[in-house]
Structures are given as C-alpha cells and as structure tokens.
Design a binder for this molecule. Structure first.
Ligand SMILES: [Fe+2]
Length: 249
C-alpha cells in the first residue's frame, strides 16, 4: 500500500517527522470513501483561562462517524492502519500500547488554518496524517504544513520560534510525527482556494487514553454546518446539530 522508498524512519528522531506516500490506487480509493462521509464542523474543546475557546483552527470538519463511533473505523481506514502499523513496528514495539491506535477523518475547507501547536498533549507516540483531495498540493493555495523549533520553556512565544521546514501536502502523502518531542511545533497555513476540500486521516498510535463512547446517529453524506459548531469530543453537541441543523453542500 505504501511506496516505502520515500519513508525514512530515522527522520522521526533527527527531524521530528518523516514523509511517505500511499500508492495512487489506494489514495484514490480512500478519497472516494472520504467524499461519501457525513461531516460536521467542529471547534476545539480547549478553553482559555477566561473560559473562551482558543482560536486554534477554523473551517474544520470531522466525519460524523469518527466522532460518534471512534472504535469502529471504516474498513478501508482500518486496512490502511494495519499496513501502517506493520511498517512502524520497529518504533511502536518499543512503547507500551505502541500498537494500539485511534483514527479520525477530518476535512479543511476554504479559510482553514491551524495556529502553531504541538500534539504532544495527546499522549500518543506517533501522529500519522494522510492527505487526500483533488485540489490540494499547490503551495499558493495554502494548507501547507510548517514546522518550527520552539523554546520548550516559552513555546507559544512567536519571537522564539525558528522555522524549520515546509511540507506541501499532496494527495496520498503521509506525514508521520514523532509525538514525544515538545520542542517541535507545527502549523497549517490558511487554505485560500475556493471550494477546496483538504481531507485528512489522522491516526494517533500508542495512545494511553482512548475514547470509548459510541452513539447512534442518523446523518446523510455532506457537510453539516448551521450557525453552531460541534465541540470536538462532545457527542451531545454534534447530535444537537444533526437534529436541528441542515445539510449544506
Ligand atoms: Fe497538530
């Protein structure tokens, strides 16, 4: 499934991330599955000290199935992760629960961005992000993944961030992060291409805490976004939108 010659596992430790590719046939197959999902717009469930939601990202959707039934991934997503876990076995086998994972599907639309952050707080060993889309891969359209070295004592200070690298996500590209290094931050530049759909499968391997809820829902394929956004990890907020919201394009 992978075109493995591009992946260098040692980069995980020297650069903090490494890049690989899915075979085109597989990338196209997974994209088709993603296009047939029901999507709901989300906000983070991280609150600032004054109780407001931190401006962390915008125009971000999660597949309703990912949110409601995190332990029942689509069979294509599962196959992809089974192969990934084989490839990453030399790393994952060194960690407790290294071979367990949690996978979610996300989609960014025009206006999507992510401020510089670290995913170390997820308490997983690796973050594995695969990118899919017909209209991604052009640096000028935004949606680039930038990496920074930060001062671990003052990581949010932009003056102390040193730009390291830029990855322009392409259809079928996988970016794997070493999620145990709090000195490397990443951000997503604003997606400015009208009508763009930048799909991601995001897997966290070796998680200590896994979500274990499962909720029934009825949602048709398409994008749900109606005045309100769901709160990531709060299934009640999503159910409310599915009941009261409408299906947009
Ligand atoms: Fe992240």
């Amino acid at each position: 499934m992978f075109t493995t010659e591009m992946i260098d596992i040692n980069d995980l430790f020297t650069k903090g991330f490494t890049v690989g590719y899915l075979q085109e046939e597989w990338a196209n197959r997974i994209l088709k599955v993603l296009k047939n999902q029901a999507w709901i717009e989300v906000v983070p469930d991280v609150l600032t000290s004054d109780g407001k939601i931190d401006k962390y990202y915008e125009s971000r959707y999660i597949s309703v199935a990912s949110m409601m039934k995190p332990d029942e991934p689509n069979r294509w997503f599962k196959r992809y992760m089974d192969e990934f876990c084989l490839w990453a076995e030399p790393v994952l086998s060194n960690f407790e629960n290294g071979n367990s994972y949690h996978i979610s599907a996300f989609c960014g639309t025009e206006g999507y961005f992510m401020e510089p952050h670290s995913d170390v707080g997820d308490r997983s060993v690796l973050d594995i992000i695969a990118y899919f889309g017909d209209d991604i891969g052009d640096e000028n359209s935004g949606g680039c993944l930038d990496f920074f070295k930060v001062d671990v004592k003052d990581p949010e200070n932009p003056n102390k961030m040193k730009f390291l690298d830029r990855v322009v996500p392409k259809h079928g590209m996988i970016v794997i992060f070493n999620n145990m290094n709090p000195t490397i931050y990443h951000e997503v530049t604003k997606l400015i291409k009208p009508g763009c759909r930048r799909f991601q499968l995001i897997a966290q391997a070796g998680m200590i805490d896994k979500p274990n809820w499962s909720v029934s829902y009825k949602a048709e394929k398409g994008f749900y976004s109606y005045h309100k956004k769901a709160v990531l990890g709060n299934t009640d907020s999503a159910l409310e939108i599915l009941e009261n919201g409408h299906v947009g394009e």
